[in-house]
Design a protein around this ligand. Sequence first.
Ligand code: 13P
Length: 295
Amino acid sequence: MLVNLRDICAIAEQNNMAIAAFNTPSLEAVRAAIDAAEATGYPVIIQHAECHEDIAPLDVIGPAMVALAERSSALVCVHLDHGESLSYIRRALELGFNGVMLDGSALSYDENVANSARAAAMVANYDCGLECELGSLGAREGDVLNDDPNAPEGGAGAIYTDPDQASDFIAATGADLLACSFGTVHGLYRGEPQLSFEVLDQIRARVGTPLVMHGGSGVSDEDYRKAIDAGIRKINYYTYGVKYAAESVCGLVDERRAAESPVYWHDMTIAAYERLLADFTDVMKVFANGAAPLA
Ligand code: 13P
């Protein structure tokens, strides 16, 4: 059943847990995320990133996401991840998405505030919550982290969220959730992620809205728990899940070739679905942070 972004994060707040927010640019990923939620009893966010338009156009995958979320027994939010323009956000809202993100992190602070406030005014007409971003992670989903030796901890181009600016930003925009930069990076990590819990604690001390971790896959279970205890309520998870799924498909192909057996496309989609389901189920249990299943 559909639960909007504000309400699903309120559940996370009440239970000191984080909601897994899986990017789902394929039917296998949509099904795996919803099935993992039904199997574990925890709410889930399925999300489509604008930069994944070439993998699955919003008009194609969006209606499937909404339909499968509506008929699920689990609590599901259907979210637009990294919306870059107000027109794209409007398209998601009209498809029935009940969470959207306006990513103004590449803009100047003033432009980010102005665009985020415009998104808030648009979202106010729908049963929908709004996520905005302040600071920058410096890389995108599927990227390999640049190993520039002069890069800040989060990687080349990363700018940590300024805690004082964060409270002004929320007051000026009315965003429901804040995506913040404190050392995680989109894509593959080259070494151990170095998270700044000091920055996160300072943001939490100044901002009452739920906080979002982007670049969430590839982080250790210990760091997930520390981040959740420090106020992270939504964890965006993509790259490592699809990497494991691809490895599983490659393993299947190798096995069939070694046995000189045919391999069909549907064998690959099934293998990918099963690997995603296993990974998503494990991840949701960690993000629950000890909370009992809710459904
Ligand atoms: P990863 O692909 O690094 O897990 O990040 C996902 C994300 O933050 C989507 O917005």
